[in-house]
Design a protein around this ligand. Structure first.
Ligand code: MTE
Ligand code: MO
Length: 484
């Protein structure tokens, strides 16, 4: 304990965002986070706290207040504030520094209003899902559409009103929303967006144990008509050769010759990428979208402009989109490199090192999924009606939904609703219903309804979560069971 380095408070402001070594203070401990800044999930915002205390920020960004985050910070511990700079109650006497302690502007002050029937998993940032029994419309009503924000919602004046396309040679072209509307053909496609973490709470009950992340039930999913222009058309206009006599594509040094398209939201600093092959494929329907169910995309869902990547995990459909660029490598962001990847069921989070993350595959197209959303119990002589959705990634249609009332011993096929979806392939979920005659549900005995779906590649869902378990609880798609 004598080895603890004692740091005088006046030294702290010298290690601000512009200094070569950047410090933050939490409580009375000092951390040199220079090497962490680049990996910070929230991006550059961490720089605001450098040269001062991180405490007021963590009060606002309360997602930091958990052991995993304390562990990360502890790796960068360098010493304690000298006792001479503490007040009688043992706290750092920041007042001694005078003007150095600015009030922290709370970026969550300007969040939009939200429907109280959503289930809020966190408030700041807002992560809210649709209750299952309200997921019964083919097109999800906008006010009920799940919200998944990693950070704050940009204010209207902060969100980009134009989009800059940067090609691999660095050449840039910028389009305002108006430019996009007048220059290119408008397309409307029906797309189901599903968060990679949907049904995570179900996976958390599997034998390997709890998973880390927001413990969603079935409602981190929704379907809407999105209107906008094809990214392919815009890339072509910006000078990228998409068809005809194209020169040989740029040679990339990385192992995969494939290039990637990055989507960046400058306002909340979120960024991810998709394969260039998906972006330019005319059958993939990737959009720069401004309308959702016929209305301008609202603030929560990424308006004025967001990327829509159909059939791909919703994390790639970047909201408040401002920049699109082509690169030899995947996006280097936290959300591309250190998240949205599944490891084997034997791997614990603490075992995974940087190289392991680099080698694991990013989730793009998602596996076949289904869920029971609403059960209407039989009254008198009627039938018990079981309802749900089924969905598969990559534009694969749902061809069959099997439902059991006895825990998966015997099965029947559900009626698939005949909702028409717009788009080159099937990017939307299929809703289904099955009515179970009362006499087939043994009186006095508990029924356990189970659902599994089959897509047009004859992929189906795993029976249990035990063997697809991964510590982040991603792609949770085992049979769904509901006992009544
Ligand atoms: N885009 C930005 N700019 N910031 C975000 O936090 N979250 C992503 C994606 N796009 C996110 C984003 C994730 S993980 C999901 S699941 C979807 O947006 C959610 O879209 P929604 O909130 O419109 O339902
Ligand atoms: Mo997500």
């Amino acid at each position: 304990e004598n080895d603890v380095r004692k740091i005088r408070l006046v030294e702290v402001p010298e290690h601000d965002r512009n200094a070569p070594s950047k410090w933050v203070v939490r409580g009375t401990s000092v951390y040199d986070i220079t090497d962490f800044v680049e990996q910070h999930p929230g991006g550059e915002v961490i720089l605001r706290a450098c040269g001062g205390t991180i405490d007021p920020y963590w009060k606002i960004f309360s997602i930091h207040q958990k052991p995993e985050v304390y562990d990360i910070l502890n790796q960068f511990y360098i010493g304690d504030i000298d006792e001479r700079d503490l007040n009688e109650s043992g706290h750092v006497d920041w007042n001694a520094l005078g003007s150095k302690v600015d009030a922290v502007d709370d970026p969550f002050k300007y969040e939009p209003e939200r429907d109280p029937s959503l289930i809020f998993r966190t408030e700041k940032p807002c992560n809210a899902e649709t209750p299952g029994d309200l997921l019964t419309d083919f097109l999800t009503p906008l006010k009920l559409f799940f919200v998944r924000n990693h950070l704050w919602v940009p204010q209207t004046h902060e969100s980009p009103k134009s989009i800059t396309i940067e090609l691999s040679d660095g050449e840039e072209k910028t389009y305002t929303l108006e430019d996009l509307k007048v220059k290119f053909k408008e397309h409307t496609i029906t797309v189901t967006l599903q968060c990679s973490g949907n049904r995570r709470s179900h996976m958390s009950k599997a034998v390997p144990g709890p998973t880390s992340g927001l413990q969603w039930d079935v409602g981190a999913i929704g379907t809407a008509d999105f209107s906008g222009v094809r990214l392919r058309d815009v890339l072509k206009d910006a000078g990228y050769c998409v068809d005809g006599d194209c020169p040989a594509p740029k040679q990339c040094d990385s192992q995969e010759a494939d290039q990637h398209v990055h989507f960046t939201s400058p306002a909340d600093t979120y960024a991810v990428s998709i394969p260039l092959q998906t972006a330019i494929n005319p059958q993939a329907d990737v959009l720069l979208a401004w309308d959702m169910n016929g209305e301008p995309i609202n603030r929560d869902h990424g308006g004025p402009l967001r990327a829509i990547v159909p059939g791909v995990t919703a994390a790639r459909s970047v909201k408040w989109l401002g920049k699109v660029n082509i690169s030899c490598d995947e996006s280097q962001s936290q959300w591309q490199k250190r998240d949205y990847k599944c490891f084997g069921p034997n791997i614990k989070q603490s075992q995974v090192r940087g190289e392991d993350w680099d080698e694991a595959e990013s989730i793009q197209e998602t596996p076949v999924q289904s869920a029971i959303t609403k059960i209407v119990k039989a009254e008198g002589n009627s039938q018990t009606s079981v309802n749900g959705f089924a969905f598969s990634g990559g534009g694969r249609r749902i061809v069959r939904v099997d439902v059991s009332a006895d825990g998966g011993k015997t099965w029947k096929q559900a009626d698939l609703h005949n909702d028409k979806a717009k788009g080159t392939r099937r990017w939307a979920w299929t809703l289904w219903t099955i009515d179970w005659p009362i006499e087939e549900l043994k009186p006095g005995q508990k029924a356990e309804f189970v659902v599994k779906a089959v897509d047009d590649a004859y992929n189906t869902q795993p029976q249990s979560f035990d063997d697809t378990w991964n510590f982040r609880g991603l792609c949770a798609n085992a049979w769904m069971r509901v006992a009544i």
